[in-house]
Design a protein around this ligand. Structure first.
Ligand code: C2E
Ligand code: MG
Ligand code: MG
Ligand code: MG
Length: 282
C-alpha cells in the first residue's frame, strides 16, 4: 500500500505553509477578492458512455492562470482556498459559471448532457448551499438533473447523518450526486446504501494499469459489481489506454473519462469536440 499512501498524502496536501504556498495564497486572495476572478476559467472533460461511445456529459474543472505564477493547479490552490475560506467564493463562482454555461448550451441546441461540479467539504457543509443552488437552477432555468455534484467519500463520512440530510435535500431538488475518488477514502461500505447517491466514480488510482495489476483488477471489478447491485452508475476516472478501456468494458463499467478520449477542454473546444462527434478508436 506504499503507493496508495503516497498518492493519498499528496492529495491531502501539506499543512505548513511553504513560501510558495504563501505566495499562491496571496495571489489567490487578490484574484478572487479584488480582480473578479481574473485568470480563472472552467474546463470541461467529456464523460463517455462505454457501451454507446457517446458523450453523456462532462466534469467541470477549474483552471487558474496567474500573471505572476503562471498556471496553478487546482490540486495546489483548492486545499489552500479550503483552509482560508476563499473556497466559498470560488465554489459559488464555479457553480454560477457552469449553470450559466449549461443554460447557454441548452439554448444553442446542444443535446441534454449532465455536468458534474466538484464540491469541497466546506461548501457541502455551508448552510447556504441549498439556497444558492435553488437560486441558480431557477435563475438559469436549468433542468436539475443536468447538474451532478461530486462529493468525496471522506466528506460524507465525516458526519454521516448531516451528510445524508444535505444529500436528501439536494436530491429533492432533482440534482444528482456522485461520490468522487471512490475506493480511496474511508469506505464504510455499510453506509453506502443509505446515501442517496446516483453515481460512483472509481478513482484513477485503480484504473491506471488495471489490466496488468491483479489487485487493482480485483478491487475494480468488485466496486463495479457492488455499485451495480446498489443501482448506481459507475464512472471510471483517468482512463488513458485502450487496454484499460477494454477491461472496463468487459466488466460492464457504465462510463469513463480520461485522456484516452479527451483532456479537460476550454468551453469553445468542448463545443467543437461535441460537434465533431468524435467517437472512440475501437
Ligand atoms: P477530481 O475531481 O478527481 O478530478 C479529476 C482529475 O483527474 C482532474 O485533475 C483531471 O484533469 C484529471 N484527469 C482526468 N483524466 C485524466 C487522465 O486520463 N490521466 C490523468 N493523469 N489525469 C486525469 P485536475 O483538473 O487537476 O483537478 C484536480 C482536483 O482538484 C480534482 O480532482 C478536484 O478534487 C479538484 N478540483 C478541480 N476543480 C475543482 C472545482 O471547481 N472545485 C473544487 N472544489 N475542486 C476542484
Ligand atoms: Mg471530480
Ligand atoms: Mg476524482
Ligand atoms: Mg481525484
Amino acid at each position: 500500500y506504499a503507493n496508495l499512501k503516497k498518492y493519498l498524502s499528496a492529495q491531502t496536501g501539506a499543512q505548513k505553509l511553504t513560501p510558495r504556498m504563501q505566495l499562491v495564497e496571496r495571489e489567490l486572495q487578490l484574484a478572487v477578492k479584488q480582480k473578479y476572478f481574473e485568470g480563472f476559467e472552467i474546463y470541461y472533460q467529456p464523460i463517455i458512455d462505454i457501451k454507446t461511445n457517446k458523450i453523456i456529459g462532462a466534469e467541470s474543472l477549474i483552471r487558474w492562470q496567474n500573471s505572476e505564477l503562471g498556471p496553478v493547479s487546482p490540486a495546489e490552490f483548492i486545499p489552500l482556498a479550503e483552509s482560508n475560506g476563499l473556497i466559498i467564493d470560488i465554489g459559488h463562482w464555479v457553480l454560477t459559471q457552469v449553470c450559466e454555461q449549461i443554460n447557454n448550451w441548452r439554448k444553442s441546441g446542444i443535446y441534454p448532457l449532465t455536468f458534474a461540479v466538484n464540491l469541497s467539504a466546506i461548501e457541502f457543509n455551508e448552510p447556504e448551499l441549498i439556497n444558492k443552488i435553488i437560486h441558480l437552477l431557477n435563475f438559469y432555468n436549468i433542468e436539475p438533473g443536468c447538474l451532478e455534484l461530486e462529493l468525496t467519500e471522506r466528506m460524507i463520512m465525516q458526519d454521516v447523518h448531516t451528510a445524508i440530510y444535505t444529500m436528501n435535500k439536494l436530491r429533492s431538488l432533482g440534482v444528482k450526486i456522485a461520490v468522487d475518488d471512490f475506493g480511496t477514502g474511508y469506505s464504510a461500505l455499510i453506509y453506502l446504501k443509505q446515501f442517496p447517491i446516483n453515481t460512483l466514480k472509481i478513482d484513477r488510482y485503480f484504473v491506471q494499469d488495471v489490466p496488468n495489476d491483479y489487485q487493482k483488477a480485483a478491487i475494480t471489478t468488485a466496486l463495479i459489481q457492488m455499485g451495480h447491485n446498489l443501482n448506481l452508475k459507475l464512472v471510471a476516472e483517468g482512463v488513458e489506454t485502450e487496454a484499460e478501456l477494454a477491461f472496463l468494458r468487459q466488466h460492464n463499467c457504465d462510463a469513463m473519462q480520461g485522456y484516452l478520449f479527451s483532456r479537460p477542454l476550454p468551453k469553445l473546444e468542448f463545443e467543437k469536440f461535441l460537434a465533431s462527434n468524435k467517437s472512440l478508436p475501437v
